[in-house]
Design a protein around this ligand. Structure first.
Ligand code: PLZ
Length: 453
C-alpha cells in the first residue's frame, strides 16, 4: 500500500502530505466518528456526506483525515481542485491577497483582479470573437445569470434543457435539473418556462447517431416550445451529475447550428467539464463548438468559490447597467486564486496531464471490463471518467453495485463518487496533481472492490 510518489508536472510542494495511501485506523476513525456525531446534532439533516470522514489536510492526490489516514482523492471535491488541493501558487496568491484586502465589493470600489480574471476567461474560452465576462459565486448562480442575459438579449423567455441535466439547486436551476430525488423532491413549485428535450446518450440510444439525436431534440423543441419563444438552450457538453454522458459526435454541432439559424442563445454549462479537466481547456473544444455563452465554476479557482459567465459581447452587454451583480461576485480572494489556478494549468501543462490520466485509467478500466460484464461502458474524456454498471443479462442499471463498489473503495481509503440519473455510474475525477503511482493504487483498490461486490 505504501508507494513512493513518482514526480508529476505539478508535484505537491514541501509540506504537502506524503503521497501514499495509508490507513492507521478503520474508516471512519474515532475522531471522524466523534465529529459525525457533532455534525448530526449541529448541521441540518439535509446536508449529506459521501464519506463519514473529516478532512484535515490535502494536497497532490491525497486527503488526510483527522485520524491521520491518507486517502487517495478521486473526487477533487466534485471536480473543483483540478490543479490540486492547496496548490502552491493558489496558496501564495490568496495569502498575499488576504493580507492586502479581503473585500470591497466590485460594484462599490472595483479592483484589478476581477478585470484580470475576465480578461483571462475572454482569452481562454472558445472563439476569437469579442467577449465579456461577469463573475459570480457558485455554478448555479452563474447558470441563472446566463439565463437572465439570454432573456435580456432575445426578449424571449423559454429555456431548453436536457434529460439527465444538472444545473444547480436554486429555484430556477432546480427547474433546469432533471433528477427529482434528492435535488428537487418536495421543493417545488419550480420556475416556469423551462422545457426538457431528449439527449444523445450513446450507451442507451440504440445506435442513434449524434445528428439524428439532435434532430430528435430539435423536432421536439420546435413542436413543444417554438424557436420564437426560446431565449436559450443550456447544455453540459459532457453531462456531469447525470452520468458522465458524452453525447455522440455531431450532437452538439447540430444543435448549435439550429440555435444560430434561429437566434437562440447557445449556453454551454462547463461548470464540471471546464478548466483542463477533459483534456482540453473546455469540453466544447473537442468538437470545435463555439458557444454563445459559457458558464464556468468549480475548477476555475482551485477551491475558492468563483463562477463566471463569458460570451459574445453583444449578448453579454444586453443586460442594463446594474442588472448583473451580487455582494461577493468576483471576490478578490477568489480572483487571486483563479489567476493562480490558470497560471498553474498553463505552466504545468495540465491539459496534457489530463490526457495522460485518461490513457492510464481507461487502459486499466478497459481490462477490468473484459473480465467483468457488469461494467457496461467505460467512458469520459481526459480526467473526467466513469463506468456505467448494469445487469449483464438485461442491461438494466445496477445502482446497488455502484454503491457497494464505492463503499468498499471508501473503506480502503479511496475517495470515489457515484452519479447518474439511475445512480449506477462510478465516476473518477482525480486532481491533475495526482501521481501515476496513486492512480494505479486506487485502481487496484477498485478492482478488488469489484471482485468482492
Ligand atoms: N452545473 C454542470 O456539475 C454542480 C453538485 C453537487 P454549484 N455539480 C455538483 C451537489 O450535490 O450539490 C454543477 C454542475 C453543473 C451547475 C452546477 C452547480 O454548481 O457551484 O454547486 O452551484
Amino acid at each position: 500500500m505504501t508507494l513512493t510518489a513518482d514526480p508529476t508536472p505539478s508535484a505537491p510542494a514541501a509540506g504537502a502530505p506524503a503521497q501514499e495511501r495509508r490507513l492507521v485506523t478503520e474508516l471512519p476513525g474515532p475522531r471522524s466518528r466523534a465529529l459525525m456525531e457533532r455534525k448530526s446534532a449541529a448541521v441540518a439533516a439535509g446536508v449529506g456526506t459521501t464519506m463519514p470522514v473529516f478532512a484535515e489536510r490535502a494536497g497532490g492526490g491525497i486527503v488526510v483525515d483527522v485520524d491521520g489516514n491518507h486517502l487517495i482523492d478521486l473526487g477533487s471535491g466534485i471536480a473543483v481542485t483540478t490543479v490540486g488541493n492547496a496548490a502552491p501558487r493558489v496558496v501564495e496568491a490568496v495569502q498575499a491577497q488576504v493580507a492586502a484586502f479581503t473585500h470591497t465589493c466590485f460594484m462599490v470600489t472595483p479592483y484589478a483582479g476581477y478585470v484580470e480574471v475576465a480578461e483571462a476567461l475572454n482569452r481562454l474560452t472558445p472563439g476569437g470573437h469579442e467577449k465579456r465576462t461577469a463573475l459570480f459565486n457558485s455554478g448555479a448562480e452563474a447558470v441563472e445569470n446566463a439565463v437572465k442575459i439570454a432573456r435580456a438579449h432575445t426578449g424571449r423567455q423559454g429555456v431548453v434543457v436536457f434529460d439527465h441535466a444538472y444545473h444547480g439547486r436554486t429555484n430556477l436551476t432546480m427547474a433546469m435539473t432533471a433528477k427529482s430525488m434528492p435535488y428537487k423532491h418536495g421543493f417545488g413549485p419550480f420556475a416556469s418556462e423551462v422545457y426538457r428535450a431528449p439527449l444523445s446518450y450513446p450507451f442507451r440510444d440504440g445506435g442513434l447517431d449524434g445528428a439524428e439525436a439532435a434532430r430528435r431534440a430539435i423536432t421536439q423543441i420546435e413542436a413543444q416550445v417554438g424557436a420564437a419563444n426560446l431565449a436559450c438552450v443550456v447544455i453540459e457538453p459532457i453531462q456531469g451529475e447525470g452520468g458522465f454522458i458524452v453525447p455522440a459526435e455531431g450532437f452538439l454541432p447540430t444543435l448549435l447550428a439550429w440555435c444560430r439559424a434561429n437566434d437562440v442563445v447557445f449556453v454551454a454549462d462547463e461548470v464540471q467539464t471546464g478548466f483542463a479537466r477533459t483534456g482540453a481547456m473546455f469540453a466544447c473544444e473537442h468538437e470545435d463548438v463555439v458557444p454563445d455563452l459559457i458558464v464556468t465554476a468549480k475548477g476555475i479557482a482551485g477551491g475558492l468559490p468563483l463562477s463566471a459567465v463569458t460570451g459574445r459581447a453583444e449578448i453579454m452587454d444586453a443586460a442594463h447597467v446594474g442588472g448583473l451583480g451580487g455582494t461577493y461576485g468576483g471576490n478578490p480572494l477568489a480572483c487571486a486564486a483563479a489567476l493562480a489556478a490558470i497560471e498553474t494549468i498553463e505552466a504545468d501543462g495540465l491539459v496534457a496531464r489530463a490526457r495522460e490520466v485518461h490513457a492510464l485509467v481507461t487502459a486499466r478500466l478497459g481490462e477490468l471490463r473484459q473480465r467483468d460484464a457488469r461494467i457496461g461502458e467505460v467512458r469520459g474524456r481526459g480526467a473526467m471518467l466513469a463506468v456505467e454498471l448494469v445487469d449483464p443479462a438485461s442491461g438494466e442499471p445496477d445502482a446497488a453495485l455502484a454503491k457497494a463498489v464505492a463503499g468498499a473503495a471508501h473503506r480502503q481509503g479511496v475517495v470515489v463518487l457515484t452519479c447518474g440519473t439511475f445512480g449506477n455510474v462510478l465516476r473518477l475525477l482525480p486532481p491533475l496533481s495526482i501521481s501515476d503511482a496513486l492512480l494505479h493504487d486506487a485502481l487496484d483498490v477498485l478492482e478488488a472492490a469489484f471482485a468482492a461486490s
